[in-house]
Design a protein around this ligand. Sequence first.
Ligand code: PGA
Length: 251
Amino acid sequence: MRRKIVAGNWKMNKTLSQGHILVDEILSLTNVSTDILKIIAPPFIHLASVSEQLSSRTDFAVAAQDCHHINSGAYTGEVSAEMIASSGAKFVIIGHSERRLYAAENNELLAQKVNIALANNLSPIFCIGENSDERNANIHLEAVRTQIKEGLFHLSPADFNKVIIAYEPVWAIGTGLTATSHQAQGVHNFIRTEINKKYGKEISENCSILYGGSCNASNAKELFSCIDIDGGLIGGASLKSADFAAIINSY
Ligand code: PGA
């Protein structure tokens, strides 16, 4: 049975003390429940400290927002998957649309990041999603297929089983424009069908596929009730404890 997951991506927000307060508030507003895995993705510099803060709650885990595609070396300013794993994080977001856009990350590079994450026992949260031009031209399914094919389909079945997918239509990220549950379910079902074609029914049924893009306390329940939506990757609404807890508690 696949896991239900609600993940909060803080992006480049929160000082260490602000992050600690946010986490404390989220912990106090949510029940201990292993039904839903909650993941917090703070900036790199807070990973070890937030991991420590969450260590008593088995229903919470920590993710990095990116990793480098090489394990170590003369890459000033970069952070490796091995370092992330040593901080206590268990997950890493790879291929977020902001990295694809601002850091020009392509599927070939992202496939290498996926490999190095898995080699260091980190589960990738692999982000895919069409932009508004692709949606308007009705080629969004093709766009999403290319991203999973080039980014993930080189993996062995055992490694693919460790991957979480986040479908985040770029036009919905941080815009307040959410995909309707019908639109999101349609793409999630398409993704699961592609996984089924490549890896078979059992692996496709086991894969958690999260929705991201202006997911908030008022639309989360409807989105999460769709059969192929297994939770959310939340940006803006993960920065406020009441909003993030309400999303978790609506599941
Ligand atoms: P948003 O961001 O919830 O602010 O739209 C989602 C994301 O970028 O993961």
